[in-house]
Ligand binder design. Sequence first.
Ligand SMILES: NC(=O)c1ccc[n+]([C@@H]2O[C@H](COP(=O)([O-])OP(=O)(O)OC[C@H]3O[C@@H](n4cnc5c(N)ncnc54)[C@H](OP(=O)(O)O)[C@@H]3O)[C@@H](O)[C@H]2O)c1
Length: 347
Amino acid sequence: MGHAVVIGATGQIGRAAVRALAEDGWTVTAGSRGGGRDDGWPAEVRAVTLDRADDAALAAVVGEGCDVLVDIVAFDAEHARQLVSLADRVGSAVVISSAAIYADETGRSFDTQLEPDGFPQYPVPIPETQSTVAPGEQSYGTKKVALERELLAAGDRLPTTLLRAGAVYGPHCRSPRELYFVKRNLDGRRTRVLAHRGENRFHPASVRNLAELIRLAAARPGSRVLNAGDPEVPTVREIGAAIDAVMGVETETVLLPGAAPSLAVGDTPWTTAHPVVYDMAAAEREIGYRPVVSYADALPETVEWLAGQLRDRDWRAAFPDMASAYDPVVDLFDYAAEDAWLATYTS
Ligand SMILES: NC(=O)c1ccc[n+]([C@@H]2O[C@H](COP(=O)([O-])OP(=O)(O)OC[C@H]3O[C@@H](n4cnc5c(N)ncnc54)[C@H](OP(=O)(O)O)[C@@H]3O)[C@@H](O)[C@H]2O)c1
């Protein structure tokens, strides 16, 4: 298949992508700052130490050239320009973008979600033609749009597939949304509270399905954006029930008709005020995407990995990135607040 260079190879997506590419016959160079490797990679995968902030180091890893450059950790226009500067030595690129770039008809996006009535109300499902936030330096979403636009504008020199990933999950996730349920179950909490009757839907993206999309895009170079997610979009209630089934526990769920009474009660990392569901038809049509795993089938390895991470550590030590993202807003495991609310609740 040729030579593939992967930037960000030891993260949750990279591990699965390197494996999928290697198993498909690519000669893979797997780059990360730590230079590590995954136990599931074939021995032929070459793990290298690479900080993509160092242009010369990236150029050296690409060397005389590669057929595909897979960039899992591109975040802004500067990263796009860095990739385009290597276009004479790179056949094509596959770059991870995010569905956080979408804006609704009134301009709301993930950037406005903490404002009153700020959560975007997207069409269901969201096609790739949906409007986006404006490119800029302000936020994660605006930077990703800038990244996309730079790469699409250079499509004649470097054909790039941009994969707009949904909510990514799998082993080695640094901010695992499943933790909300897994930790409660491990802590013996058997009653949970879900706002919006637990009916919210936020499109999940298994690392295995993302790896499959990367594998397919690598073999079919093009200049395009594609949504990247699982075949189904379970509700929050279904996610909780699926985790219970994997862990063999029975729980009771208090389903609230409306919004959460407070950030600490009834909201989960999977909870969104309105559905976020991606149209996957373009990926199917343009690169032949057929999901390799469903949410329920992908879950056991994620749950097992999460439980292993919590075995001898506090969750904040196991997932410092997640703690620093959520702690300023809410304590995800504020059991005292939950118990106080449950004590006053009458259905
Ligand atoms: N999480 C989500 O729900 C979600 C949703 C949509 C899109 N995304 C996108 O997914 C991507 C993140 O992928 P992921 O979740 O697999 O990330 P991750 O698990 O955090 O892993 C990041 C990987 O990149 C490496 N890395 C970080 N900085 C690097 C640098 N400067 N040079 C080279 N390697 C570097 C890390 O290893 P070292 O630390 O050893 O370098 C690691 O291998 C981002 O593009 C993000 O926007 C995520």
